[in-house]
Design a protein around this ligand. Sequence first.
Ligand SMILES: C[S@@+](CC[C@H](N)C(=O)[O-])C[C@H]1O[C@@H](n2cnc3c(N)ncnc32)[C@H](O)[C@@H]1O
Length: 254
Amino acid sequence: MSKGKVWLIGAGPGDPELLTLKAARALGEADVVLVDDLVDRRVLAHARPGARVIEVGKRGGCKSTPQAFIEKLMVRLARRGAIVARLKGGDPFVFGRGGEEAEALEAAGIPFEVASGITAGIAAPAAIGIPVTHRDVARGVTFLTGHTHDGSGPDWAALRATGTTLVIYMGMKRVAALVAGMLEAGFPADTPACAIQNGTLDTQAEVVTTLAELPAAATEARLGSPAILVIGEVVRHARSAAAPAADSTTRCAA
Ligand SMILES: C[S@@+](CC[C@H](N)C(=O)[O-])C[C@H]1O[C@@H](n2cnc3c(N)ncnc32)[C@H](O)[C@@H]1O
């Protein structure tokens, strides 16, 4: 019987020390590593010497390997008896299409395991001192994407009513539209807000400001992707912020 299997591995948000022990062990078992472009290449130090590394990056807007091709490749390699590591940024099941890949593997009868990773939506805020669910000011946290298939936005009024911190992935390109939607739905203009690019890496840069000021502040600081947006009172805990007021913006870059 074939020993082939697939590991769906979360490589964490960037800092290679945020890779889990399980992920490191799984990487060390793999014959082939399929790696996404947001994965910090230093984590490949845990791969077996001689393991084949295949780049399958698929950053929004850039040339990418089609998802269906990646899924077929995983199945083909595992059927040939290979142990395949599918290495993704953050956690594979948080905006990482790991769920689709798990379905494809299941449908093909390929055994697979998941090695969870630390998601950017928790680690990037934490890197500047923001506890996303500080119990004094947040009832929870909501993870959202700023980039939907059909361009539709969420129900901001309903989200506001939850009293949760909003953590937005893939939102930098649409930050102005996202903020306009929130303001229209009644979010106070002075709600603390921040954007963190390259969280946990040496290249990390952030702006800590207010909701209304966020698009201009992010543009002025030349922030781009990958970035996490955080909206809510918890942002007042940012180390770079002295309680943001309506007219205050703090910029930090490593
Ligand atoms: C396709 S999603 C993948 C998310 C990943 N699975 C996770 O759990 O973090 C890519 C988005 O994650 C966010 N992201 C990933 N790494 C990041 C980092 N180091 N700093 C800030 N945002 C990051 C950005 O919003 C980026 O556009």
